[in-house]
Design a binder for this molecule. Structure first.
Ligand code: ADP
Ligand code: MG
Ligand code: MG
Length: 911
């Protein structure tokens, strides 16, 4: 690489140079600070160092060429604008150094406030603060300056130099105890000066050096620490959980400090322009008098509701409401903000399109349509299937038996019951044993992330809707109740008390993340109102429930927009009926294996063990009417809609008792001298049929070709059932699906026999029966052009296709090595959860194209579990399939996502 290469990258942008479109480069925080600056809102001046600089730093381990000079130039212009120099001993400019990636990662990375303070400028800061004539005694100003300094050492020590944060907290607690108070506001300037000394000692003990006094060194080290925080363990974990790419890097914002800790006329707060929990219009926020921003976010002190600000400082309050309305209109969405008031002057420190619960996402999208800010396409774009799935979770069925023992804030909805645990590690441990746990903390912090992921729900006694627990839980879609302040949480003792009750680790609690209620014991659950709506139990036209109305409206639009049909996987009449209420437009997979179980097992055993043709035919003849009755029921429920019935698929030994058990039974019976002829025959059959790799053995179409009469009986049952339904005035549309076909000849053989039977049964009843195949063996996908000659439809069996394309069996590998593959990034997500578009997806594309080329109008569908996975639905839409099929409960999700796939809007990022 030539050293004289002088093409210099622009690594630093002034706030006035950026805008909200530049999130990739400036991160979300930087882009939005720039946007607010350009809207003329009161943002303290500053500049943003790009994610590109961060990426360069992280790959090479040093700041890229030119960065230092650009920072210097922007700092100088910031200093000129403010009329102050960084860390000037007489009149210092202080700055904050703030992380900010493209996607918000609340609390995951680092921020350092008050950079530029040192032993000399702290005095200058006090003088500057005490300066104005009508200000209170200089004692207040001193207090403020030393408070700011101790915060710098604490944040800098913790984030830049990895000094354990508790050490500072212990020193602070110690200072408060010495003063006989529990409120840090009671500490005066002298106490804080003492605390600064204590902090410096802690700093020196852990780092082996003095706290750096040179402001520019503080700045450079803080910037570097923010770069590096991108790869902090908790940030990596959070990204994996949220599926945020690992290589984006973070931007760094350097912002002139404004001070919320300057006295009673100062403070700091956070707010939402609508309720992020329910979507209701109104003002939602927390405010903290005489504090710096990190106190609110960390939930360290108890805040007051934002409405209180109206009483405290009406001018700032009114100005804030005006700005919030302006931001909503500008972003056409719910925004959240951070602000600080410095002696009656309002400053905006952050905004972004706010995270919200699933319910709020639907309700707000509906409201914004009503308000004329967005259209229905955009509303559909702004919600997603994962959110809808969450809204279908059951809720607590509370009656007099269960009285809540406490009420906190409904921070993230859902109904969760579980065993109480107090430590992240314990939560992980119990969850690994399959236990459902509720993580209880006074407040969570980023180190609790593993436990939060493992837990069913999170319960905290401190913090509001914007606390760490609340924000992270909402992002994960995990139930959370925060700020249940009736709880006295004692983590070391592993218990909490509420009133006179003591709850120990291991006891059961139930929390309702919608209402904020906390119950002791395990509360029974009931279906959510959204499920009741899908079930037809709530009328969307007359209901008062804003959520149901919004869901109905958006679903209706999705149904009108989508091109993919949605069917269901169902093998009973009851499942079919429910799926139909949920909007299924037919059955894409009716498995027939369950029709061989239960009290029919004996018939099946006889069939498998049959010595000669007679015996086999007798068992088949006995099974025929039973199967026919099953199909009649399903065809009736799906009257007028297509029903794809898959001929028997699993290896036959699955219908026999397990080998070991049988061997033991036979041995015991022989010992006793009993007659074991029958059992011995069974055992011999099981031995004969034993396979090393049953997934790759005698199953699917292979069975049909080996066991005479088996498929024929099923085909006959299907055709006869269809005719019976037709005779009774119904319309059955059966589609017979042959599993595991790899070569057209297999299908042709089955087809020839099936057509003969169908012709014989159907006669002039008008019933039409299609014959098609699953595409689940890679060879079938690769020879789809040939296979299409013998198939009227293809249905992709993506579970088997994934197993066979990758060469691993799901049951064996998910626990064995998937975690490692996810960790290494070989998988972004399990290919069984979301379709592997590059590999398995390529097979699907080939089969779809070549199949349709050979037989125009060939019907294409998918019936693997991917049919209900949002990302996969978008893929199937793009391939041009006719339908997806999924379990009944996923049907609404698939309808919604199919609608979303069909519309294209240039709207905001819905993440
Ligand atoms: P996070 O992304 O974790 O919210 P931020 O960078 O937003 O971190 O900063 C943490 C807190 O510090 C916020 O409450 C913010 O409002 C406050 N803060 C950041 N920069 C400044 C500043 N220049 N002046 C005053 N407060 C600030
Ligand atoms: Mg922030
Ligand atoms: Mg299969």
């Amino acid at each position: 690489m030539a050293a004289q290469e002088t093409v210099e990258h622009k690594y630093v942008y002034d706030f006035a140079e950026g805008n909200r479109e530049l999130k990739d480069l400036l991160g979300g925080k930087g882009a939005n600070l720039a946007e607010m600056t350009n809207l003329g809102l009161p943002v303290p001046p500053g500049f943003t160092i790009t994610t590109k600089a961060c990426r360069a730093y992280l790959t090479t381990g040093r700041e890229p060429d030119g960065l230092a000079a650009q920072i210097e130039a922007h700092l100088e212009s910031l200093e000129r604008g403010m009329g102050r120099r960084l860390g000037d001993p007489d009149d210092p400019l202080l700055v904050s150094v703030r992380s900010g990636a493209k996607f918000s990662m609340p609390g995951m990375m680092e921020t350092v406030l008050n950079v530029g303070l040192n032993d000399r400028s702290v005095v200058g800061l006090a003088r500057q603060a005490g300066g104005s004539a009508d200000r209170a005694a200089s004692g207040d100003a001193d207090r403020f300056a030393w408070d700011s300094y101790r915060r710098l050492i604490q944040m800098f020590g913790k984030t830049v130099c990895e000094v354990p944060g508790e050490e500072f907290e212990h020193a602070l607690d110690e200072a408060k105890r010495a003063k006989g108070t529990s409120d840090d506001l009671d500490l005066d300037a002298d106490d804080l000066r003492g605390l600064v000394d204590a902090y410096k000692k802690i700093f020196a003990k852990h780092t082996g050096r003095e706290f750096p006094q040179e402001p520019r060194e503080q700045l450079d080290l803080a910037i570097r620490a923010v770069f590096e925080s991108w790869n902090a363990e908790r940030a990596v974990l959070y990204r994996r959980q949220e599926r945020i790419p690992a290589d984006l890097g973070t931007a760094v914002n350097v912002v002139a400090m404004v001070f919320g800790n300057l006295g009673a006329d100062s403070g700091t707060g956070v707010a939402f322009t609508r309720d992020p929990g329910s979507g209701a219009q109104g003002i939602y926020g927390d405010y903290l008098v005489n504090a710096q921003g990190e106190d609110v976010v960390a939930g360290i002190r108890n805040t007051v509701p934002l409405q209180e600000l109206e009483r405290l400082d009406k001018t700032s309050y009114d100005q804030l409401l005006g700005i919030m309305a302006r931001l909503e209109e500008h972003y056409r969405d719910l925004c959240d903000i951070e602000f600080t008031i410095e002696r009656g002057k309002l400053w905006m420190l952050q905004t972004r399109v706010g995270k919200r619960t699933a319910a709020a996402a639907f309700v707000i999208a509906g409201q914004l349509v009503d308000e004329g800010l967005i259209d229905l396409d955009e509303a559909l774009h702004r919600v997603n299937g994962a959110q809808l799935a969450q809204l279908m979770f059951p809720r607590f069925q509370v009656d007099h038996e269960f009285q809540p023992v406490a009420r906190g804030i409904g921070a993230s909805p859902g109904a969760a019951s579980g065993t109480v645990v107090f430590a992240s590690a314990r939560a992980v441990e119990l969850a690994a044993q399959g236990r459902s746990v509720i993580l209880v903390r006074r407040e969570t912090n980023p180190d609790d992330l593993n436990g939060m992921i493992a837990a069913q729900g999170i319960l905290t006694s401190r913090g509001g809707k914007t606390s760490h627990a609340a924000v992270v839980a909402r992002g994960m879609g995990k139930t959370c109740v925060s700020g249940a302040d009736a709880l006295e949480v004692n983590v070391p003792a592993k218990r909490f008390t509420v009133g006179d009750r003591v709850v120990n680790e291991g006891d059961m609690v139930s929390i309702d993340g919608t209402t904020g209620q906390v119950y002791l014991g395990e509360v029974p659950v009931m279906p959510s109102e959204v499920v009741q709506y899908f079930e037809g139990e709530i009328d969307p036209e007359t209901t008062e429930d804003p959520l149901v109305r919004a869901v109905h409206r958006i679903m209706t639009h999705a149904d009108a927009a989508r091109r993919l049909r949605v069917r269901t996987n169902a093998d009973t009449g009851a499942d079919s009926a429910r799926a139909r209420r949920f909007g299924a437009e037919g059955i894409g997979l009716c498995r027939t294996e369950h029709m061989f179980l239960g009290d029919r097992r004996e018939l099946v055993e006889r069939l498998i063990l049959a010595e000669g043709g007679r015996e086999r035919e007798e068992s088949l003849a006995a099974l025929l009417p039973l199967q026919r009755a099953d199909f009649v029921q399903i065809f009736r429920e799906m009257d007028g809609l297509p029903v794809t019935v898959r001929l028997i698929d699993p290896p036959l030994h699955e219908f026999l008792p397990p080998l070991e058990q049988l061997a033991v039974n036979v041995a015991v019976a022989q010992e006793r001298g009993e007659d074991v002829a029958k059992e011995e025959a069974l055992l011999a059959a099981v031995r004969r049929m034993h396979e090393e790799n049953p997934m790759l053995g005698l199953r699917g179409v292979r069975l049909g070709l080996v066991i005479p009469g088996l498929f024929a009986m099923q085909v006959r049952a299907i055709a006869e059932a269809a005719v019976e339904v037709a005779r009774n005035g119904g319309t059955a549309c059966p589609e017979i699906m042959v599993p595991l076909v790899g070569a057209v000849q297999e299908l042709e053989t089955v087809r020839a026999e099936a057509e003969r039977i169908i012709a014989e049964v159907v006669g002039d009843s008008g019933v039409e029966v299609l014959i098609g195949t699953m595409i689940e063996v890679p060879r079938a996908a690769l020879t789809a052009g040939q296979i299409a000659e013998a198939a009227e439809f293809f249905s992709f069996g993506t579970n088997d296709l994934t197993q066979m394309a990758w060469g691993f069996s799901r049951d064996d590998v998910e626990g064995a090595f998937f975690w490692r593959y996810l960790e290494l990034g070989i998988f972004g997500i399990s290919p069984f959860e979301s379709i592997d578009a590059d590999g398995v997806g390529r097979l699907i594309r080939i089969a779809a194209e070549e199949g349709r080329a050979a037989r125009p109008g060939l019907k294409l569908g998918i019936c693997g579990e991917h049919g209900g996975d949002p990302d996969s639905v978008h893929f199937f839409h793009s391939v041009g399939l006719d339908y997806v099929s999924c379990s009944p409960f996923r049907v609404p999700v698939a309808r919604l996502e199919a609608g979303r796939a069909a519309i294209t809007t240039a709207g905001s990022d819905s993440r």
